[in-house]
Design a protein around this ligand. Structure first.
Ligand SMILES: *Cc1c(COP(=O)(O)O)cnc(C)c1O
Length: 425
C-alpha cells in the first residue's frame, strides 16, 4: 500500500496540531501505525491522498447513514451556501428541523440546536440541574457523552461513589458531582440513589452503548432507569447522539419503548455537518434562556448549512423500508464476520443493534465496560491493519462501532466478508 503522501502530511501535522489530529482516536493510537489522510468519499467508499480506495465503516463516526456526498445533502448545502452561510438571526430551516425532530421523537416537545454532541450533553445536564435544583448526575462506565468537564469521568474501580477524573485538567470538585454506575446493572444505580437521596439531578445514559463498542441494553435495564428516576424526582437523559435516527427513525426510545425526559442528538441530524440538539418535556425546556434562568447560547447554533444538510438527511430517511434495508445489510455483515471468525477458530463476540455493530476480540460476551475492557486489543489491531491493507476501513479502535450506511451494497458487504476471511487466517 502506497502511503507516501499520508506519511508526509502526518509528519507536518504532528508539528502543527497536537498528535497531528483534531480528535484523538483519528491518530491510530488504539491500533498503532500512522493514519491515512482522506481526500474524498462517495457512497460507501473513501479514497486517501495516495489514491488507495476503502470500503468505509467509520462513516464519520456515525453521521453518514446515507453514505458520503449523498446528492440530496450536497445539493441542500450548496443552495444554502449561496443564500448566505450564517446570520445569527432566526431562519426558516431551524423551525423545519425542530419539527422533524420533535415529530420523530415525541418525548422531545421542544428542542434547542447546538453545534456538537458535546454541547448537547453539557447543556442537557445543565438543564436537568436547573430544573431539579440538584447537582449530582449518574453516568455509566464506558459511556461517552462528549468532553465537557463533568462528563469525562468513568469508573475507577467497582465501588464507584465519588467519580475519579479520567482526564487531566478536570477539577476533582467537578468530577465529584458525577457518580458512576455499571451499564446494564440496575443494582449499581439503586445503590447510588440510596447513598444520595434527593441529590441526583439526572441519570445520563447511551440507551445503546456505542462508545465502549456496541453494547445493547439488557431487557428491563432502560425501563428500570425510567422507574428509578421517576420515583426519585430525578430526570432520565438519553444520549442518542449515535442512536438517534440510527437504530430507528425515532431512535432507541422508539425501538425500546422507553421515553426520556431529555434527549441529546447529534451526528445524523447534521447529515455530516456540525450539529447537536437537546430537547425534552416542555416544562423542563422552559428553564432554558430566554424563557428561563438557564443560560445557553451559540453564535453558529442553527447554522443554515448544517440545518439544510440535516433536513435533507432526515427527509431521505423517511422513505419507507429504509431501516429494514439497513438491518438486512448489517445482519449480512454480522453473520459474515461471525462465520469468518468461526472458520478461523478466532473467538470474536459480535454485538449488533440495527446498523451499528462491534466485534470484540478474545471475549465470549460483552454486557458492559468490565467485559469490554477484557477484549484483546492487539488482536483487534492486527485485524484492523490486515483489513486496511485489503481496502476496508474499520474504526481504528476496538471500542468503537462499525456503521453500515444505505450506500453499502450487498456486494460491498460480501467483499468485506471475503477480505475478513483472508485477514483472520
Ligand atoms: C459522538 C458522541 C458525543 C459527542 O459528540 P461530538 O459531536 O463529537 O461532540 C456524545 N455522545 C455520544 C453518545 C456520542 O457518540
Amino acid at each position: 500500500m502506497n502511503n507516501v503522501r499520508s506519511r508526509a502530511l502526518f509528519s507536518d501535522a504532528q508539528r502543527l496540531i497536537p498528535g497531528g489530529v483534531n480528535s484523538p482516536v483519528r491518530s491510530f493510537g488504539g491500533v498503532g501505525g500512522q493514519p491515512v489522510f482522506i481526500a474524498r468519499g462517495q457512497g460507501a467508499r473513501i479514497w486517501d491522498v495516495d489514491g488507495n480506495e476503502y470500503i468505509d465503516y467509520v462513516c464519520s463516526w456515525g453521521p453518514l447513514i446515507l453514505g458520503h456526498a449523498h446528492p440530496d445533502v450536497v445539493a441542500a448545502v450548496k443552495e444554502a451556501a449561496e443564500r448566505g452561510t450564517s446570520f445569527g438571526a432566526p431562519t426558516e430551516g431551524e423551525v423545519e428541523l425542530a419539527k422533524l425532530i420533535t415529530q420523530a421523537v415525541p418525548s422531545m416537545e421542544m428542542v434547542r440546536l447546538v453545534n456538537s454532541g458535546t454541547e448537547a450533553a453539557m447543556s442537557a445536564i445543565r438543564a436537568a440541574r436547573a430544573f431539579t435544583g440538584r447537582s449530582k448526575i449518574v453516568k455509566f462506565a464506558g459511556c461517552y457523552h462528549g468532553h465537557a468537564d463533568g462528563l469525562l469521568v468513568k469508573a475507577g474501580s467497582g465501588a464507584a461513589t465519588h467519580g475519579v477524573p479520567t482526564s487531566a485538567g478536570v477539577p476533582a470538585a467537578y468530577a465529584a458531582e458525577t457518580l458512576v454506575a455499571e451499564y446494564n446493572d440496575l443494582e449499581s444505580v439503586e445503590a447510588l440513589f440510596r447513598a444520595y437521596p434527593r441529590e441526583i439531578a439526572a441519570v445520563l445514559v447511551e440507551p445503546v452503548a456505542g462508545n465502549m463498542g456496541v453494547v445493547p441494553p439488557r431487557e428491563g435495564f432502560l425501563e428500570g432507569l425510567r422507574r428509578l428516576t421517576s420515583d426519585s424526582g430525578s430526570l432520565l437523559v438519553f444520549d442518542e447522539v449515535i442512536t438517534g435516527f440510527r437504530v430507528a427513525y425515532g431512535g432507541a426510545q422508539a425501538l425500546y419503548g422507553v421515553a426520556a425526559d431529555i434527549t441529546c442528538l447529534g451526528k445524523i441530524i447534521g447529515g455530516g455537518l456540525p450539529v447537536g440538539a437537546y430537547g425534552g418535556r416542555g416544562d423542563i425546556m422552559q428553564v432554558v434562556a430566554p424563557l428561563g434562568p438557564m443560560y445557553q447560547a451559540g453564535t453558529l447554533s442553527g447554522n443554515p448549512l448544517a440545518v439544510s444538510a440535516g433536513i435533507a438527511c432526515l427527509r431521505a430517511l423517511q422513505r419507507p423500508g429504509i431501516y429494514a434495508e439497513l438491518e438486512a445489510r448489517a445482519t449480512q455483515l454480522e453473520e459474515g464476520l461471525r462465520a469468518a471468525a468461526k472458520r478461523a477458530e478466532r473467538p470474536v463476540s459480535i454485538n449488533r443493534v440495527g446498523s451499528m455493530l462491534t466485534g470484540f476480540f478474545g471475549v465470549d460476551s460483552v454486557a458492559g465496560w468490565t467485559d469490554a475492557s477484557r477484549a484483546d486489543t492487539r488482536a483487534y489491531a492486527r485485524f484492523f491493519h490486515a483489513m486496511l491493507e485489503r481496502g476496508v476501513y474499520f474504526a481504528p479502535s476496538q471500542f468503537e462501532a462499525a456503521f453500515v450506511s444505505l450506500a453499502h451494497t450487498e456486494a460491498d458487504i460480501e467483499q468485506t466478508v471475503e477480505k475478513a476471511r483472508a485477514a483472520l487466517r
